[in-house]
Structures are given as structure tokens and as C-alpha cells.
Design a protein around this ligand. Structure first.
Ligand code: F6P
Length: 484
């Protein structure tokens, strides 16, 4: 069920996403406290600065649900919270429906498909439990479509975000044919031969859901082409590969590519506040005059943290000259811990970290500093300090860490970058490219980064920063809106 608003039909611009710009937690005394979320979408939407704009998102836990239930007309009161001018409407979706849609379909199925994460001899297996989850995913998408239809002014522009909401564009078009609808995928898109492991009706529903939009946006050409190829393969769509349009049953959807960049103004200011300086001093004290290899990720299967640690171990095994001369700073903060695969992966990361410590640590040298709690200022401090940044995902829609490090770096940083990250398309000229499955090649790239001359590192970092900030979040957002 959704909140029904009596303030309907006035928003000229709407955004819809599973995770919204704010979240709530409950303090010991029972009061709700609000936290602003990070990310490109939050800073992107602030470019609108229209008090009539509405962001529709889901309540993610009990605190959010309480805040949503207490909000008049479902709209949160955000006065004094620096969340931009727009109103936020949080949908209070029944917890079981939400869990099945978010954990079951979005994160265990669609995310796995687009990131090629299945070990296919045993998974996936689309059984009766999946069918229950799929019904929940439909209901969750219907709740969003209903709320958007109620909030949108005539001819409004609606920007629907990501794989959680792939059915929304078609549902919304049906309810409100006057609207201009965009969908944006923040993930990669799977190639057809992998994508079609989904049950046929599900595979088709996801594609036709997105094709309900006037425009479907992607982070790179590669993901846009994969989407078009799936439409050709599964829907018999006519695809114009140059103009990037997909036509089915006489209706054409334009595909767009918007390579989200880093927010240089925000990052440079934020990275020099006292809380970051403090953490930088602490890291410096721990590292001493040794070199640093830094990685910062969610503990996410696609981020390939285990192979990253294996590569570091291989470096230490094969090049003993680095003993006591390098420290690997790895921040792997918790993510999607409701899923067993993520919990097992977190344990695997921790186990390997302990093995590395046991094999190489001395009383004077800790070869690895692993932190598993999320601390944004500490991440920025590590970016500033890094000599080498390791970004080695199996597959990634963009990867903003690769774009943020060069912007924040104090003295230049070599970037070891997977060729399977969306960011590689823009950063490949000055990054050290790796095949993320090749642990030995990754170790060699780390060595190359560590031995790069300071001048070359600084030059490359300057060019990387320029490429990384070519499309700041606000422009990224306005481009999509204007293209609609
Ligand atoms: O598209 C990927 C994405 O939605 C990113 O925006 C974000 O980094 C991540 O997934 C967050 O995942 P979750 O909302 O499940 O924590």
C-alpha cells in the first residue's frame, strides 16, 4: 500500500529511486534523526532547485517507515537539512513486499544478471519462491507508478532510476500518457546470451518496462548497446545502432549515454575539512614513510575485493623488496547484509586479510589495514594519501572511486583500473588497465604504479582528474532533463 497524497498533480519534475536522498534512524530516546545520503543523484537534483519538484523513494527500514507514516501527505519535512529544494515522498511499502522486491528480484536477480555474478552450474534457479518475489517486484513497481502519477503535473518530466524500477516507465505511461518519461540505468547491462537466462516473461517485462520511457539512459555506450542487443534478441525490436533507437510495435525509445562524473567542487572542499585532516594524520602515523595502495568499496561481489587482496599477496610473495615498504589500505564497508552471498563474501575478505597478515606482518610492519565500517571522511583521507589506487571490479556501471581519487589526490596517484568498469572508457589513457580476473597481471600493475616516477604520476593524475570531472552531477542531471 502507498501513502495517498491529497497534494496531487503539481510537480513539474520528478525523480524516482529505491534509495532516496535521506534516511532515518531511531535514537535511544525514540526520536527520529535524519541523515542525508550521498551520491550523484542527490547533488544532481539540487541543480533543479524547484520547490515543486518531488523525489519519490521507498522507506527502507522501520525508522523510514515511521517517518513516512508521520509525514503529512507522505511528504517529509526537510527544512534545515540541505537536501535541495525539492519535496521527498517516501513510500511506506509493506515490509515483506519490499524485501522480496529489493532483496529477491532487484539485488539477487537483476543485479547478478547485469554484473555476471552467477556461478551458473547451481544458480540461478527460477522456482516458486522466485515467482512470489517477482509478484512482489511488480507490486512495488506499481506503488511507485501510482505515486508518480498522482504527484505529476500535466506534461511533467519524470526521471526513473535503476533496476529496482524497471517496470515503472511502462506502467506510468499507461496511467499518464501526457508525461515525458526517462529511465536511467546505473548498472551495466548484460549481453543477450547471459540476460536470457531470466525466465522469458520476466526478461521481456523488464525490457518493455524500460521501453515505456521516451528515453533510456546508460552510463556508457557499451551498456546502451547491450540493452539494445537484448531488445533485438528477446523482443524482435528494430534497433538503429548509430542513432541508438529501439523500436517495438511502432513505438521508438531513444537511448542516451550520460557518463556521470565526479563532483569536483564538493569533493575538493569536503576533503580539506578538519575531520578529514584528522584522519589523514592518523593514517600517516600508521603508514610512516611507506608507500600506500588504497581501495575503497562497498563489500560488494562485483567489486572483486578478494582478487585484489590475492594480487597484493602475490606482489609481496614475488617482490620481497616491497616488504616493510608498502601498506595496503583497504576500506570495505558493509552492504546488502541481508543476502547470504554478501555475508559469505565479507567473511572471505576478512579471512584472506588475516592470512596476509599472518604471512607477512612483523612487529614493525602491518602490511594491510582493513576497515569494514563506513567512514566517508576517512575514505577521503585515504584518497589524498594514496600512491596507488586499486579499482578492479569484475563489472561496474561506472565506478566513481576511480573518478574521485584523482580529483582529491594530494601528490598524484597511479590508478590501477579494471577494463570492465564503465569509467575505463574515459580513463583508460592514463590508468594502468587490468583484466580483473588476472591476479598476476594485477600484481604487476600494482608494482608498475608503485614504481612510476612522481612526475609521471602527477601528470597522469591531472589528466585523469580532467576526464573524471567532464560531466559533473548537476550537468549530468540537466542533460537528461533537457534531452527529454
Ligand atoms: O546502481 C547501483 C546502485 O544503486 C548505486 O547507485 C549505489 O552505489 C548502490 O547501487 C547502492 O546499493 P544499495 O542501495 O542496495 O545499497
Amino acid at each position: 500500500t502507498t501513502n495517498r497524497s491529497s497534494v496531487t498533480g503539481t510537480a513539474p519534475v520528478l525523480v524516482a529511486s529505491n534509495r532516496g536522498p535521506v534516511s532515518f534512524s531511531t535514537a535511544d530516546d525514540g526520536t527520529l534523526t535524519l541523515r542525508r545520503g550521498g551520491g550523484g543523484l542527490v547533488s544532481g537534483l539540487s541543480a533543479i532547485d524547484d520547490p515543486n519538484a518531488v523525489w519519490v523513494c521507498a522507506a527502507l527500514d522501520d525508522s523510514d517507515r515511521r517517518a513516512a507514516a508521520e509525514a503529512p501527505h507522505g511528504r517529509l519535512d526537510l527544512t534545515g537539512h540541505e537536501v535541495g529544494g525539492q519535496a521527498v515522498r517516501m513510500l511506506d511499502i509493506d515490509p515483506l513486499t519490499f524485501a522480496r522486491a529489493y532483496n529477491g528480484v532487484a539485488n539477487s536477480t537483476l543485479w547478478f544478471v547485469h554484473h555476471l555474478l552467477y556461478a551458473t552450474p547451481t544458480a540461478p534457479s527460477f522456482d516458486a519462491a522466485f515467482r512470489t518475489e517477482w509478484a512482489a517486484y511488480r507490486a512495488y513497481n506499481e506503488a511507485f507508478a501510482e505515486a508518480l502519477a498522482a504527484e505529476a503535473a500535466p506534461n511533467a518530466a519524470v526521471l526513473v532510476q535503476d533496476y529496482h524500477l524497471s517496470l515503472v516507465p511502462a506502467l506510468l505511461r499507461e496511467a499518464r500518457p501526457d508525461l515525458r518519461i526517462g529511465h536511467f540505468s546505473h548498472t551495466p547491462w548484460a549481453p543477450p546470451e547471459y540476460y536470457r537466462m531470466l525466465p522469458d516473461d520476466v526478461a521481456r517485462a523488464v525490457l518493455t518496462g524500460i521501453l515505456g520511457a521516451d528515453r533510456a539512459g546508460f552510463l556508457t555506450q557499451r551498456w546502451a548497446r547491450a540493452f539494445a542487443a537484448c531488445c533485438e534478441d528477446l523482443l524482435g525490436a528494430t534497433v538503429d545502432h548509430d542513432a541508438l533507437t529501439v523500436t517495438v510495435d511502432g513505438r521508438t525509445t531513444r537511448l542516451g549515454v550520460h557518463a556521470l562524473g565526479a563532483d569536483a567542487d564538493f569533493l575538493r572542499e569536503r576533503a580539506h575539512r578538519p575531520d578529514v585532516d584528522e584522519r589523514l594524520a592518523a593514517l600517516r602515523a600508521a603508514v610512516g614513510d611507506r608507500r600506500t595502495i588504497v581501495r575503497v568499496d562497498r563489500t560488494e561481489l562485483s567489486k572483486n575485493i578478494v582478487r585484489g587482496l590475492q594480487a597484493y599477496r602475490h606482489l609481496l610473495r614475488t617482490r620481497p623488496e616491497w616488504h616493510d615498504r608498502v601498506v595496503h589500505i583497504a576500506f570495505a564497508y558493509p552492504s546488502r547484509t541481508d543476502l547470504a552471498e554478501y555475508r559469505a563474501y565479507t567473511a572471505a575478505v576478512q579471512r584472506l586479510a588475516e592470512e596476509i597478515d599472518a604471512e607477512f606482518a612483523t612487529p614493525a610492519w602491518r602490511p594491510l589495514i582493513l576497515h569494514v565500517d563506513d567512514d566517508f571522511p576517512r575514505s577521503l583521507a585515504a584518497y589524498r594519501l594514496a600512491d596507488v589506487a586499486l579499482v578492479n571490479p569484475i563489472r561496474d556501471g561506472m565506478n566513481l572511486v576511480a573518478k574521485e581519487v584523482p580529483v582529491v589526490s594530494d601528490h598524484g596517484c597511479a590508478l590501477v583500473l579494471s577494463r570492465e568498469a564503465g569509467a575505463h572508457a574515459e580513463l583508460k589513457d592514463d590508468a594502468l588497465t587490468v583484466n580483473p580476473y588476472d591476479v598476476i597481471a594485477t600484481a604487476e600493475a600494482l608494482h608498475a604504479g608503485l614504481t612510476m616516477s612522481p612526475e609521471e604520476r602527477a601528470d597522469r593524475t591531472k589528466r585523469l582528474a580532467a576526464a573524471a570531472t567532464a560531466l559533473p552531477p548537476q550537468q549530468w542531471f540537466l542533460d537528461q532533463l533537457n534531452a527529454l
